[in-house]
Design a protein around this ligand. Structure first.
Ligand SMILES: [Zn+2]
Ligand SMILES: [Zn+2]
Length: 367
């Protein structure tokens, strides 16, 4: 039986009772308040009537508090990764569609014309005029961007999460029940509806064993929150896990082998994406380096997030300027031509090449 001054377990207290003395209070432990919920039936909030009670209870609360703080950091990291992907796609979008039509909960891209080799970059600012709200804009912005996200974000993900996670994996999954559909409309007017969607996400396991999904491009399926407990994601939206990789794999191994399509524009775009991904590796603001970015009050974090995104935009623009220097374009075009010749001469690539050429020609290479 607990003695009278022993800590009352938080779960048995009515909301607003001090965890130490049970006096009514509305002050929460600032360390762990607002941590995201992992299990629906568990209550995260810990109340203290005074700093004296908080200090006296620290020995009891410490372990729970630190675990919840890690959850909070994870949520902030997921939000930064999502925002980073929005910013990259905003400045360096592969979208070539001319317009978008929105009909209820369906969004139709119209026209996806093949592009000739331009004089500048294939990746270009996202310019579709959208007279719509921010969430719809974001959904369209990151459409088909999940593999790019794995390529662009791997270093940043590692830097943000390695202190709080025991494992971070890249997972290639098939999702069901998206809340938003973006069918493709082709030039011949044909519409392609996809029932199951191949998708790439991170599976992050915190040091306390909780497993979460970080989904930087889930906005395209109307998964607006970039962080969810893996168990609820699994129950509601996961059809199957196709492959699980270590962090950085999709970019280093898988991404370069993806559509080896002998279409110069596509190869050039892929080369640009990989070079931009390499430049993203050097984006490590001092806030990330010293691990302070994800800490502090919500107001502190909002200010740090604002500075982070400001530095990020500068970095993206500088990187794109470097990629579009005339000498770089000449070099990349030469490498792309060489790569194309290698592919044409490599019999081991023949099967894949024909498949992908066919897909490309029919305009249905949905990744
Ligand atoms: Zn108290
Ligand atoms: Zn706490």
């Amino acid at each position: 039986m607990a003695s009278s001054n022993a800590r009352t377990p938080a779960s048995t207290l009515p909301p607003g009772a001090c965890s130490r003395c049970a006096n009514p209070t509305n002050k929460k432990c600032s360390g762990c308040c607002n941590a995201p919920t992992y299990d629906e039936d568990s209550c995260n909030d810990t109340f203290y009537c005074s700093s004296a009670c908080q200090t006296a209870d620290w020995g009891q609360h410490k372990q729970t508090c630190k675990a919840l703080q890690d959850r909070k950091s994870l949520h902030r990291a997921a939000s930064l990764l999502q925002q980073t992907m929005f910013r990259i796609r905003h400045h360096a979008s592969p979208t070539k569609s001319q317009s978008v039509r929105i009909n209820g909960s369906q969004i139709y891209f119209q026209g996806d014309p093949a592009v000739d080799m331009p004089n500048g970059l294939h990746l270009a600012p996202f310019l579709l005029p959208l007279d719509t709200d921010r969430d719809v804009f974001n959904a369209i912005l990151v459409f088909n961007g999940c593999m790019e996200a794995m390529a662009y974000l791997s270093s940043l993900t590692k830097n943000l999460l390695h202190r709080i996670c025991s494992t971070i994996e890249e997972v290639y999954i098939t999702i069901i029940n998206p809340d938003l559909q973006i069918p493709r409309t082709f030039e011949d007017g044909q519409v392609l509806h996809v029932k199951k969607h191949g998708h790439n996400v991170y599976r992050a396991t915190l040091k306390n064993g909780e497993t979460w999904v970080i989904d930087p491009t889930g906005a395209q399926y109307w998964f607006k929150n970039p962080l969810r407990p893996w168990h609820s994601f699994e129950k509601q939206n996961l059809s199957e896990i196709n492959d699980t990789y270590f962090l950085g794999h999709i970019r280093s191994e898988y991404f370069p082998r993806i559509p080896e399509v002998p279409v110069p524009a596509m190869l050039a775009q892929k080369a640009e994406k990989l070079e931009l991904a390499a430049k993203m590796d050097s984006f490590t603001p001092s806030l990330v380096q010293f691990g302070s970015l994800l800490k502090g009050s919500n107001a502190d974090f909002e200010e740090k997030e604002r500075r982070f995104l400001q530095e990020l935009e500068i970095h993206i623009n500088k990187s794109l300027d470097e990629l579009s220097a005339p000498g770089e374009i000449v070099r990349r075009n030469r490498e792309v031509r060489l790569r194309r010749v290698q592919l044409l001469m490599d019999p081991s690539q023949q099967c894949q090449k024909e498949d992908l050429e066919h897909l490309s020609l029919s305009g249905k290479d949905i990744l």
